[in-house]
Ligand binder design. Structure first.
Ligand SMILES: [Zn+2]
Length: 294
């Protein structure tokens, strides 16, 4: 859903709240503290719709325990933010979001971090199968200009954060920030076993030594980067395209990404990639933001 559609479908704050309540509760409000459906709408002093639970005597709104909890921002702006983030292939900076939504930069930052929580890949458990590509890349850090350590180094052995990715061709991707020194055969093999259907998949990697143990437990094809042609199905073009998109996003929109926030950016990029064909990505993201599993 683009921002025009968001405006049309949710023209007022009440429309947004109606939608959130319907998604979270269906017909009747459910107290988030005691699960009772016996509640009374409160006389509305503020602009937020609240209910009084007749069972545990607590007041509550639809946002309790969700990414929208304690927000002072209009829900319509939240909805617009979700739409903007989902439609920005390379991500959107807090600065840009603050201009688009006419909110200050701190608010834009907080909202985008909250929306990323709804994009978390932590619960994604399905195994990747068929033709699967695995590769690693390095993100962040400033290139060193001379001084201790010498000129900027590239690739394995730099002080940037390693990120390992595994993608099913035509399917989903998993990308995970890693620690320096974790790109060894033991850790990489464990990662494959956790995320890949090793009975039915064929894994493609480059010739890095860390991948060389994989052939002991599953079908593994190694790409020869020394040849200029793509040898049939044996390539890692899918994951390399994803890295290119991720890097353009991080360099272009986020400039510098701290190691602390990198996992959230990875989740954001994986989420957009994994659900690129989902018929109602906007709706699903709202549901996830409310803690409703879909
Ligand atoms: Zn209650």
């Amino acid at each position: 859903m683009n921002i025009i559609q968001v405006y049309k479908q949710f023209p007022t704050e009440d429309d947004c709240i109606d939608h959130l309540e319907r998604v979270r509760w269906g017909d009747k409000p459910i107290c988030p503290y005691c699960n009772s459906d016996n509640s009374t709408p409160q006389v509305n002093h503020g602009r937020r719709r609240r209910y009084h639970c007749n069972n545990c005597n607590t007041a509550f709104s639809v946002t309790v325990g969700t990414i929208f909890h304690h927000t002072h921002l209009d829900f319509q702006k939240w909805f617009l933010a979700i739409s903007l983030i989902l439609n920005a292939k390379k991500g959107i900076s807090a600065r840009q979001l603050s201009r688009d939504l006419e909110v200050n930069k701190d608010t834009a930052w907080r909202v985008s971090m909250k929306i990323r929580e709804a994009m978390s890949q932590a619960h994604q458990r399905e195994l990747l199968t068929g033709l699967v590509e695995m590769d690693e890349t390095y993100i962040g850090g400033k290139p060193r200009k001379g001084g201790p350590g010498g000129p900027a180094k590239r690739g394995r052995g730099t002080d940037k954060t390693p990120v390992v990715g595994i993608v099913e061709r035509g399917g989903k991707i998993k990308a995970k920030a890693s620690k320096k020194g974790d790109l060894n055969a033991k850790k990489l093999s464990a990662l494959v076993r956790r995320h890949v259907d090793i009975e039915n998949a064929v894994l493609m990697t480059d010739e890095y030594g860390g991948y060389m143990r994989i052939k002991t437990f599953m079908a593994h094809e190694v790409i020869n980067h020394k040849v200029w042609y793509v040898d049939g199905n044996i390539h890692t073009n899918t994951i390399e395209s994803f890295w290119a998109l991720l890097k353009r996003g991080i360099v272009g929109q986020y400039h510098k990404v701290s190691v602390k926030h990198l996992p959230m950016y990875l989740d954001e990029f994986c989420y957009r990639y994994n659900y690129r064909k989902h018929p109602d990505l906007f709706g699903m993201t709202i549901s996830r933001g409310l803690g409703v599993r879909v």
